[in-house]
Design a protein. Sequence first.
Length: 289
Amino acid sequence: MGSVLLIMVLVAAGDQEPPPPPPPTPDSPDFDAAPPPPPPPGSCVPDCRRGYVCIDGACVQPPGPVPDVPPPPVPVPPVSRPPSARPARPQPREQAERPSVFAMHLNLADAALHGLTGAIDFLIVPQLAMGLFIEARAMNLGPLSYMDYWPLGPQRKFGFSNNYSQVFDIGMGMALGVEKFWSDKPGLRGWFAAGGVELLTRRARLTSPAGAGWVHGHVVEWWVTPHARGGYRFRGHNFLFGLGARLGAGVLATSTFFNGNTGTSTPWGSSRRVYFDVSAIIDVGFFLD
């Protein structure tokens, strides 16, 4: 009886279904993540390509045209950049003006007096703005060289009497001197004062009247004329313009008569041995530096 009961229990146990296995845990060797949930009904996975629409889970082409609307732009947050440190622009430096070291000019006032003069100037001491000038005079280009306006100018009557005629022939001079300038610009410009010495020579032809016993010939004289100058000199680009005055005194050094018949020479008249050298300065020229 007991055996029959045991057999019935075993048969009953064999007819029951085994219980379901427990759910996997992360510690299980065959653990795997749960599959993704299915898409909702009526959606298309993957998305339909451009020109098609999803209807009941299927991608179909609509009967009408579908506007090609680009997707909205994705906003990009602005990137804050540090302000760039620009280098300071260098300020243009004022170019130092070159000193006026060499100039050439003419004194136009002398063209109306005792001959046109032309000069060249050299800067010899830049720190003191001191220069050296060399000047040449052409007496034949001055109308007063042919007239006797003593005591202004070297022209004069020759000899001891006036019973003969004299005609100015030719004359020239050469001057050398130093000059000092005061200006905020370097070189030979601004206010100036100068001193120099001119060596001047002139020649005249003599003709005696009939029966006077004089012979024809010519007289040659040499004059030494120390003088002072002052004024102001401008510079515009490379052009030179100056105004001023000159004052000095000429002393007769030699006066010699050359006989046209015999070729002999003899000292000539001694009258009017000093003249006053007074003239204006109107310099026009240019700088060569």
